[in-house]
Write a protein that binds this ligand. Sequence first.
Ligand code: FNR
Length: 183
Amino acid sequence: KELVFGVLVGSLRKASLNRKVAENMQEHAPDGVRIEMLPSIGDIPIYDEDLEAEGLPEPVERLAAAIRAVDGLVIVTPEYNYSVPGPLKNAIDWMTQTKPQPLAGKPTAIATASPSPYGGIRCQHHLRQVLVALNAETVVRPEVHIATADEKFDDRGRLTDERAREFLGKLLASLADHARRLG
Ligand code: FNR
């Protein structure tokens, strides 16, 4: 059976390096895996329990439904101040308030990209911990953190770095194994 993986991008900006990574994913996906972009987290309001009491905002419902519909989730995100960017954490917090909670038992993989030499690895560890709270089935290895990412794309947005390409392929293969094992 074909697997569909949804990619959630943790940056809102148009020229996002992480968005570029997301756009390169299909090329590195194993046979039988289709990559789909999930709705942007940019139109999700800042979480407020009073707002929630009025009903779940439409962008929240839309993202939750999109995550429920895929066989696996790939989160590609920058690191802000050594941690998870606020907009991404906000989207995740909203997800916990939807039913059925879409990340529960969801095969999930994390990748980060940054112009820094560390590639966003510190965000990964925080994000992993947050995903434990949601009971996501997060793939442990490989840890894909693309360092000096501003130097790793050509003019057309193609990821040129061989090691990064190889690791993305391994991550998606690992997520596919995980998803098939979990059924
Ligand atoms: C950053 N950046 C950053 N990079 C990093 O590797 N570690 C960090 O802790 C931070 N902290 C941080 C905080 C804030 C508020 C901003 C705006 C930026 C730099 C960040 O990696 C860089 O801007 C990336 O290009 C952002 O990802 P996108 O938008 O290109 O996907």
